[in-house]
Design a binder for this molecule. Structure first.
Ligand code: GAL
Length: 815
């Protein structure tokens, strides 16, 4: 492979010391975890011109003398009044205009002017001031970033606290020494997005949550301080709780640790032992306990039952730290003969790979949107999510834990230098308690490395790192090499096939002991609501027919999968369209067409193929729509996707024939177009189900459909509002392209708009104070983020010649 349009160069350690508990400053409250997303100021800097980069690195003693910041914007009292107010998560790239540049990096990142060619758009400065009460001065303080894209440098009160290279891993820094109590503190971050890490849209900025954590000098370690896992034996589970502590105080400490389990309602159901722990000064100690959980309820896809473990660290009987962690009890079995089993039940992996951006907001998604997307996938029948090609935000994993979705969690690069080994460590330590994660992925399609001896050694190193931190799971690697058993494939416990499914049988015959999964399959390209190829607008028909040379239709991979019990199933590329990788065309196409749903999560035709065979729902879907004015008498290819046994198609009441439905297939009729109504009548298990598409009149009124009508006034909650138009008779107009304007009154904000058109150059963000978007294929979407006050919100949508629509939303106090 691959396309020319993308570049893919491309217990326990018990140290006994004298103890003086009284030497520890006693905190007023145990651990706090404070959201730090509000109240930031933002300004672009410059990657090559220091005069436009707040004198960064010149004419000052930034890295020469401790705490010196003269002449830079890092200084505590720097006047940032003119900077833009932002609330995290924030992605500054989504607001930049699209720009054609003949360059593979720019193309693969979706024609946004960021990166080495655009020094003026590639550095972002963030400032936030905050107060800490003197009463808390005995505690430790830590700043936690869940994702900054990328190469960030962080200062507190002019003191450099550290840098973070990865655009995808979480990081935290102890900032205790630099705090000014009862005074203004300034946190400053310089973000450098000059270099890319991927070959897809990545955005830029502090695009995930930020937290201020505080805890006692003796505390559960931030990275991996608690590891909980369970083994099930008949009905009971043995829950292992491994805790690790560190001591940042001024003397050694003796404490005790005890954990207890609660059910999903918070009721205490089992307790562990109270165990002694001695933590040397500036040292670490680990303690392991086992707790029996009687009649354990298993976590599964339909009932994702989550328990909690609560661990308490005490000195002289007083709790000085506590952590609460959700976990699930479940078993994963990977058989080279029988495929994958969840809790002993055979199950095909009906997976999708996804990048992290969404319409309107780029990479900066409110948490609600993570849940929204996972719910959409579940409705389609998806049971597994691959986080391509990088560590996800923790909220995505929370959504998968809560809603019942398996996750393959992937690190960014397959390599084992200090930086990238640490990235894998950080990923595993952060994510290993998530019930949903069934497998780690140590990398994807490393062309230069995957077949080599170096690749094998790197993989062995990463696998050892993984096993040392999480012996409860296995890893795979996404290899696009077909029947090749060299390099990484020689040592990987679960062979991952990216495409090349023609080589599956030979590979399995040669290596019958190695379980095989389709780490990446399909890559079918379709444009929602467009049924005719259009090389000018760069659209591909919304039927399961178009795919690049290395890929296949949805039907092809799923039929191959169904016929092979040993093949675990796989991850279709991709669940949703994403920015970048315009394929098969380039400009004016700015986002991929690989999604089974578009950028907004609106389903394409292929969605109904998967839903037919991945769920028990009654699916009966006709494509295309039936608005073909000017094509009267011409043949139109009509696809029916269903899981019924047979289908009869009628045009304006006249039968066009009845057909038996092939399992894991679809049906096609060629129909001479006449306006009216096309109806499918199907039999499913002795029942009749019907579905129609109908020729509509012109759009007459706007309809606004929110994902929820009530939000919490916490500044973070969000609702997704889908927009469509109806004709006079109340029928949705599937090819409408009206421009719709939005106005929101009340204490909340629109944060992005989209319509799923892969060639739309309309802004996703507000321009000149106005929010607007054209419908594409009759649909658009906007995302509203809650404000901080209880309020009634009114969203008004208007469009020329259309009856306007008011949507009333409630915003209620709460967290
Ligand atoms: C794969 C690659 C993905 C994406 C996809 C497009 O080879 O792993 O990131 O580029 O091709 O088909």
């Amino acid at each position: 492979m691959k396309i020319t349009i993308k570049r893919k160069l491309k217990n326990s350690l018990l140290l006994l010391f004298a103890v003086s508990a009284s030497a520890l400053a006693q905190p007023k409250a145990v651990r706090t975890h404070q959201n730090f997303d509000a109240g930031w100021k933002f300004h672009l800097g410059h990657a090559t011109d220091f005069t436009r980069d707040f004198n960064f690195g010149i004419g000052n003693n930034l890295f020469a003398k401790s705490g010196e910041t003269a002449g830079t914007c890092i200084a505590i009292d720097y006047n940032d009044k003119e900077w833009t107010n932002v609330r995290l998560p924030h992605d500054w790239v989504v607001g930049l205009p699209f720009q054609y540049v003949k360059n593979d990096d720019i193309d693969s990142h979706g024609y946004k002017p960021v990166g080495r060619l655009f020094p003026e758009n590639s550095i972002g400065w963030y400032r936030k001031t905050f107060q800490v009460a003197k009463a808390d001065s005995g505690k430790r303080f830590e700043i936690q970033f869940d994702g900054i894209y990328r190469d960030s440098k962080i200062w507190v009160n002019g003191y450099y606290v550290g840098g973070h290279f990865s655009g995808y891993n979480s990081v935290s820094f102890d900032i205790t020494d630099f705090i000014r109590f009862d005074k203004k503190n300034a946190l400053v971050v310089r973000v450098d997005a000059t270099e890319f890490e991927g070959w897809f849209y990545e955005g830029a900025g502090i695009y995930r949550h930020t937290w201020l954590n505080s805890y006692d000098n003796v505390h559960f370690k931030s990275e991996g301080g608690l590891f909980v896992h369970a083994a099930v034996d008949q009905k009971d589970a043995q829950v292992t709780v491994e805790t690790t502590f560190e001591n940042k105080g001024l003397s050694a400490a003796t404490a005790t640790v005890q954990s207890y389990l609660t059910d999903r309602n918070g009721k205490k159901i089992a307790s562990g032992k109270e165990l002694p722990v001695n933590v040397a000064l500036r040292g670490e100690a680990s303690v392991k306990d086992q707790i029996t959980l009687k009649n354990a309820q298993l976590w599964d896809l339909d009932n994702p039952y989550l328990y909690k473990v609560v661990s308490l660290l005490k000195v002289n009987g007083k709790t000085i730290d506590s952590v609460k962690t959700r976990f699930g009890v479940r078993t994963f079995t990977f058989s080279s003969e029988k495929g994958f089993f969840l809790n002993g039940h055979p199950m095909k992996v009906q997976g999708v790979s996804c990048h992290q951006d969404h319409a309107g907001v780029g990479s900066a998604l409110p948490d609600e949107l993570q849940y929204y997307r996972v719910r959409l996938l579940k409705e389609m029948g998806v049971n597994a999510y691959r986080t391509t090609h990088n560590p996800p935000t923790p909220e995505l994993l929370d959504a998968c834990d809560s809603l019942g979705m398996l996750v393959m969690d992937e690190t960014r690069l397959l390599t084992s230098g200090k930086e990238y080994e640490q990235q894998l460590r950080d990923l595993i330590l952060r994510d290993r308690n998530h019930a949903s994660i069934f497998m780690w992925s140590i990398g994807n399609e490393e062309y230069a490395t995957q077949r080599t001896d170096i690749g094998k050694r790197i993989a062995q190193n990463q696998l050892m790192v993984q096993k040392s931190l999480d012996p409860t799971r296995e890893s795979t690697y996404a290899a696009n090499v077909g029947n090749v058993f060299k390099g990484v494939n020689e040592v990987i416990p679960i062979r991952g096939f990216n495409y090349n499914l023609h080589a599956l049988d030979d590979y399995h015959a040669a290596h019958p002991e190695q379980p095989v999964i389709g780490t990446e399959v399909a890559s079918t390209v379709t444009t929602r609501s467009i049924f005719v190829k259009d090389t000018v607008r760069a659209y591909v028909p919304d039927y399961d027919v178009t795919y690049p040379s290395w890929a296949s239709t949805a039907e092809t991979w799923w039929q191959i999968t169904q016929k092979r019990p040993w093949f675990m199933g796989g991850f279709a590329w991709t669940g949703f369209d994403y920015r970048g990788e315009p394929t098969p065309y380039r400009w004016p196409n700015i986002n991929s067409h690989f999604g089974i749903m578009d950028m907004c999560g609106f389903p394409k035709t292929v969605y109904y193929y998967y839903q037919s065979w991945w769920t028990d729902k009654d699916v009966l879907h006709i494509a295309p729509h039936w608005n073909w004015a000017g094509k009267e008498g011409q043949p139109i290819e009509v696809w029916v996707n269903t899981n019924a046994q047979d289908v009869e198609l009628f045009l304006n009441g006249k039968s066009l024939g009845k057909k038996d439905m092939p399992r894991n297939g679809h049906l096609v009729w060629t129909v001479k177009y006449q306006p009216g109504k096309l109806t499918a009548v199907a039999h499913k298990n002795g029942r009749v189900i019907k579905s129609s598409v109908e020729t509509t009149e012109a759009p007459a009124r706007i309809v606004l459909t929110p994902s929820k009508k009530m939000m919490l006034a916490n500044g973070e909650d969000a609702t997704v509002v889908n927009v469509s138009v109806l004709d006079k008779k109340g029928r949705e107009v599937p090819d409408a392209a009206n421009l719709i304007r939005f106005d929101l009154r009340g204490d909340a904000a629109i944060i992005g708009v989209g319509n799923g058109d892969p060639s739309s150059h309309e802004p996703d963000q507000c321009t000149d104070g106005h929010w607007q978007r054209s419908l594409f294929g009759g649909k658009a979407q906007l995302i509203i983020r809650a404000g901080d006050k209880a309020d009634q919100l009114t969203l008004t949508a208007t469009g020329s010649g259309l009856e306007k629509q008011d949507l009333i939303l409630k915003q209620v106090a709460g967290n």
